[in-house]
Design a protein around this ligand. Structure first.
Ligand code: BTX
Length: 324
């Protein structure tokens, strides 16, 4: 990290409060002229810096980038995002995260990319990840729970993300079991939980999160234009991606912590409160069969309970759900 980066972090943390050139020069152990030169460099990087007479400098606008030091300035977490691997471009942040996890990356490591060329969904489906317009990230967690609990983390992450979106843009999305976050019937976010485990249990969970943030309709691939939406399309505002990442990571830390300490019960309740599936007539497509019925709820393990017309109750572990 260069002095210029540190300076940006310092000013971002100061917020609306100007910081004097003299003070910055002292803190960084450089001359005031050097500080002025760094300010010019920041402006070239896309920052707008105001110099308030007799008071000092403050940042008016920072570039819409998710560089690690920008996300970390003002990040409220203790663990998640303390290490961030930021990439301009990669095939998939899941692939990078798997690699890092194997190399021993710590619990809470996050991989973020501006562009994914091979973003993926479940069952190797494609995830459209336009450059700079969404949040494409993978979070490495190392919880001490048995492998069969891994799918619950998808539900925990969904609760965390819905709440973070609400905190940042003030709109309430709903969750379609197991991993979609919707506005109406359109998908704004997908979650993909993958697992590295061995005989000792879970080595790492890789939680992939894709949030459509500032796309216009035409920015999506033609195949998904009718089924996808973005937070911008829903709210009419351009959404600050950095704030949203910070909020999602914070929320993820809160709810995974709750899960570890109190188990799934409180999260089941929160999840059901945000659910677009429970109580609805649905069609569940699985690899071998398709069932239709009423989604009655989820079990303590996060398994979907589907009641078919013959009165039987089926436990669904993995499926694509269509609301009828
Ligand atoms: P999924 O299998 O539930 O959904 C994939 C389906 O969603 C696609 O087949 C397509 O119909 C639709 N789709 C594709 N792209 C989009 C989009 N941008 N918005 C809305 N709908 C879309 C969902 O899988 C899990 C997605 C996780 C994505 C993250 S991004 C960071 C991380 N890296 C990575 O490669 N994947 C995860």
């Amino acid at each position: 990290i260069t002095v210029t980066h540190k300076l940006a972090t310092r000013l971002l943390e100061a917020g609306a409060e100007p910081v004097s050139g003299q003070q910055l020069a002292e803190e960084f152990g450089v001359s005031r002229t050097a500080i002025w030169k760094h300010m010019k460099e920041l402006e070239e990087m896309g920052y707008e810096i105001e110099s308030v007479r007799k008071k000092g400098y403050r940042i008016q606008k920072s570039p819409d980038s998710l560089e690690a030091f920008l996300v970390q300035a003002g990040l409220k977490t203790e663990k998640i995002g303390r290490r961030i691997e930021y990439l301009e471009q990669c095939a998939s942040t899941q692939i990078v995260a798997h690699q890092l996890a194997q190399e021993g990356a710590p619990d809470g490591t996050v991989v973020i990319a501006e562009l994914q060329t091979e973003g993926r969904g479940r069952l190797m489906r494609k995830w459209d990840s336009a450059k700079g317009q969404g949040i494409w990230m993978s979070v490495i967690l190392r919880p001490d729970v048995p492998p069969h609990k891994a799918p619950q983390f998808t539900l925990v992450a969904a609760v965390a993300i819905v709440r973070a979106i609400q905190a940042v843009i003030g709109l309430e999305a709903s969750i379609k079991w197991p991993n979609d976050i919707l506005f109406g019937t359109k998908k704004a976010t997908g979650i993909l939980t993958e697992l590295q485990s061995d005989a000792d249990g879970i080595q790492a969970l890789i939680i992939g999160i894709g949030v459509n943030v500032n796309q216009e309709r035409e920015d999506f691939d033609v195949e998904v234009q009718d089924i996808a939406t973005s937070l911008h399309l829903e709210s009419g505002q351009l959404v600050n991606r950095r704030k949203l990442v910070q909020e999602i990571l914070h929320s993820l830390e809160i709810y995974t912590q709750m899960y570890i300490e109190e188990g799934f019960a409180p999260l089941k309740e929160l999840w059901e409160g945000h659910s677009a599936t429970i109580g609805k007539a649905v069609r569940a497509r699985m690899s071998r069969e398709t069932l239709e019925g009423i989604a009655e709820g989820i079990t303590e393990d996060g398994v979907l309970q589907l009641r078919t017309a013959d009165g039987r109750l089926h436990g669904i572990y993995s499926a694509d759900i269509e609301l009828k």
